[in-house]
Design a binder for this molecule. Structure first.
Ligand code: SF4
Length: 196
């Protein structure tokens, strides 16, 4: 059973798989406490109904061959059962996580988005396929480099403007990426497209 906040079929708006259709499963519960979090309703897991993983998988398979499990912080829960179940049905498993909790589950793609308020556990850095750093102010570029020094060399690196500061920070990110081209820009394109 997992505290399911919402599930929906949409287009991945951010990061490496931007523009790709996927079924999103948003799991409740997060204590990382980002002040700019745009899903604060997810924080209290008790507000979201415990839902059978089998039912979630049955819903997902009607829509897509790719599932993105997000939150909240999905790694507050054991992801082994649901990810095995998804993969047994030939569905790709992606996760978006802060990495602050023990890595569980079998993943085709791990998007690690570290937060200063609760840093990732060491074990996840080498497993991440994608590192996505949210840029809220210019100090976050330094944080981005510190985090990038810990991931494996194949990990894709993204800088993403925090939505409410996008007008101020996007030009700085553009400059930064041109000077440091190992990084790419990630935009929250789903918000521009007005889709979930
Ligand atoms: S880790 Fe994600 S869900 Fe948790 S507070 Fe930060 S932005 Fe919100």
């Amino acid at each position: 059973m997992l505290p399911l906040m919402e599930e929906f079929y949409t287009i991945q708006g951010e990061g490496f798989h931007t523009g790709t259709a996927a079924y999103f499963i948003r799991i409740g519960g997060c204590d990382v406490g980002c002040h700019w979090c745009d899903v604060k309703e997810s924080w209290n897991a008790d507000l979201h109904p415990p839902t059978s993983s089998d039912l979630i998988v049955e819903n997902a398979r009607k829509y897509s061959k790719t599932v993105v499990i997000t939150g909240g912080e999905p790694l507050m829960w054991d992801m082994d059962y649901i990810t095995k179940n998804l993969q047994n049905k030939n569905i790709r498993t992606h996760i978006e996580t802060s990495g602050a909790y023990k890595l569980s589950g079998i993943w085709d793609w791990i998007c690690l988005s570290p937060k200063k308020t609760k840093l990732p556990l060491q074990e996840i850095y080498q497993e991440a396929n994608e590192l996505k750093i949210i840029i809220y102010n210019k100090n976050d570029f330094k944080f981005a480099e510190e985090q990038a020094s810990k991931v494996n060399e194949k990990c894709e690196l993204f800088l993403q403007p925090e939505w409410s500061h996008r007008e101020k920070m996007t030009p700085q990110i553009v400059d930064y990426v041109m000077k440091h081209p190992k990084w790419k820009i990630s935009l929250q394109t789903h918000k521009y497209l007005n889709i979930p």
